[in-house]
Design a protein. Structure first.
Length: 404
C-alpha cells in the first residue's frame, strides 16, 4: 500500500438543502483533481469515491477494499457568498482522524480556498506540492460567480447516470455559463465533452457541426490552460469519436503526464489503442483505470473494452469470460452480447452463440451485420483495426446474426 494512497470521499452538504449538493460535489471533485496531480500520490477516482456518498463508512473495510491508506472527508456550508469547509484526514487502518481543520473563503475565489486545503493535506501526507501552474489553475474558474454556479450545476447533471437527456441538459447549463462568461475554461471543456459524448453514442443530429464546435472549444480551452489534464482527455475524445484514434493517443498521454491518477484518461487510451489496431497494448491502461476507480459508474465499459481487446486478438475464451463479467454487472449492456455471439460463433460454440443472440435481440431487435460494420468502421479507418473487425463480423455470421 503506497504511503500517499487516498480517497477523497464526497463532502457533506450542511445546508440541509439537497439543491445545494452540486456545490459540495464540485469542491470534492476539484480537490480530488488537485491531489491526484501531486508526485507520489495514488488517488482513487471520483467515480468510485462518489459511490460512497451518503453512506456510513467503515474505514478499515474501505482501506482494504480500495487499497488505500488515507481517507479525506469534509463538509461544506454556504451562506450567500461565504463558504466554510471542514476537512479531516483519517487513517484508514485505525479509523482515527489524524487532523481536522476549518477553512473559510468566498465563492468568488474558490480556487484560493481549494489551494489552502490541498496544501494542508499535502503537508500532512508528506507529498511534495507541485508548482501552482501545474495544478488546477485559478484562471480555469470563472470570475463570474453565476457562471461558476451554472458550471457546477452542469457537472452535477453530467455525472448523473448517463443518457441522451442528461448530457443534453448538462450541455445547456454549460451554455448558460458561457453566455455569462465566454472565457470560462471549465465550461468550454465541459461543453466540448458533452458534444463528444453525444457524437460517440451517435445521439448527435448534426455530427459535422458538433465536431466543429467541440474542436473549437477544446482548442480555445487548451490555448488558455495548457496544463489542464481534463482538457487533453476531451481533446483526445473529440479526435477519437470522429474517427481519428491514432491522433487521440498523444492527447491521452499528455493528460497522464499532468495527472498520473486519471482513470478516464487510462480507459480512453485503452479504447483508442484498440481502434488504432494495437489491441495488445490496451490491457495495461484499462487495468490501471479499474485499479484507480474499481467502482466507477462507467467501469462496465472499461471491462467491456478488455473483452473487446481479447476478441480483436482472437482470444475467444478470455473474451467470453470478460463479456460475461460485463453482463453480470449490467445485463442491458448490449455490446457484450455482440462480442459473446462473435466469440462463440468464431470458436464453433453454436449453442451459447444462439443463446447470446437471443439476449441481444431482446435489447436490439434491429441489430444486423451491415449496421454493425458501418458503426465500427465509422470509429476507425486503421487497416489493422478493420481487418480484426472483419473477423469479428465473420464470428457474428457464424453465430447466426442476419446480414441486413
Amino acid at each position: 500500500m503506497l504511503p500517499g494512497s487516498l480517497v477523497v470521499l464526497p463532502f457533506a452538504n450542511l445546508n440541509n438543502d439537497p439543491e445545494q449538493d452540486y456545490f459540495a460535489d464540485s469542491i470534492t471533485t476539484d480537490l480530488t483533481t488537485d491531489l491526484a496531480q501531486m508526485p507520489g500520490a495514488f488517488v482513487i477516482g471520483r467515480g468510485t469515491a462518489f459511490t460512497f456518498k451518503n453512506k456510513q463508512i467503515d474505514f478499515k473495510t474501505l482501506g482494504k477494499e480500495l487499497g488505500i491508506r488515507w481517507a479525506v472527508q469534509g463538509a461544506v456550508r454556504r451562506n450567500g457568498d461565504q463558504i466554510r469547509v471542514n476537512v479531516s484526514l483519517t487513517d484508514a487502518a485505525s479509523g482515527r482522524d489524524i487532523w481536522s481543520d476549518r477553512f473559510d473563503g468566498d465563492r468568488t475565489n474558490l480556487a484560493a480556498l481549494q489551494d489552502q486545503i490541498t496544501g494542508r493535506l499535502a503537508r500532512s501526507l508528506n507529498i511534495e506540492l507541485m508548482q501552482a501552474e501545474s495544478r488546477r489553475s485559478e484562471k480555469d474558474q470563472s470570475r463570474n460567480p453565476d457562471a461558476m454556479d451554472f458550471t457546477m450545476r452542469g457537472w452535477a447533471k453530467f455525472y448523473e447516470p448517463r443518457s441522451k437527456t442528461e448530457i443534453a441538459q448538462a450541455k445547456d447549463l454549460f451554455d448558460r455559463a458561457l453566455r455569462l462568461d465566454p472565457d470560462n475554461v471549465d465550461a468550454m471543456i465541459a461543453k466540448a465533452w458533452c458534444l463528444a459524448i453525444a457524437a460517440g453514442f451517435r445521439w448527435s443530429t448534426s455530427m459535422a457541426e458538433d465536431k466543429e464546435i467541440a474542436t473549437d472549444l477544446i482548442d480555445r480551452a487548451l490555448a488558455k490552460s495548457s496544463s489542464n489534464a481534463l482538457a487533453y482527455v476531451v481533446k483526445g475524445d473529440t479526435l477519437r469519436v470522429f474517427g481519428r484514434p491514432e491522433e487521440a493517443l498523444p492527447e491521452y498521454d499528455a493528460a497522464l503526464e499532468i495527472n498520473p491518477n486519471f482513470p478516464i484518461a487510462y480507459a480512453q487510451k485503452g479504447l483508442a489503442l484498440i481502434l488504432s489496431g494495437r489491441a495488445r497494448e490496451a490491457f495495461s491502461p484499462l487495468q490501471l483505470a479499474l485499479r484507480l476507480s474499481p467502482k466507477d459508474p462507467i467501469a462496465v465499459s472499461w471491462y467491456y473494452n478488455l473483452c473487446h481487446a481479447h476478441l480483436h486478438l482472437q482470444e475467444y475464451e478470455e473474451a467470453a469470460k470478460d463479456c460475461r463479467r460485463v453482463i453480470n454487472i449490467n445485463n442491458a449492456f448490449w455490446y457484450a452480447y455482440v462480442d459473446l455471439v462473435s466469440a462463440y460463433g468464431a470458436s464453433g460454440q453454436l449453442e451459447p452463440a444462439r443463446q447470446s443472440l437471443t439476449e441481444l435481440n431482446k435489447i436490439r431487435p434491429d441489430f444486423t451485420i451491415q449496421w454493425f460494420r458501418e458503426f465500427g468502421y465509422g470509429y476507425s479507418g486503421n487497416p489493422q483495426f478493420r481487418r480484426e473487425f472483419d473477423e469479428i463480423l465473420d464470428g457474428l455470421r457464424k453465430g447466426g446474426v442476419r446480414e441486413q
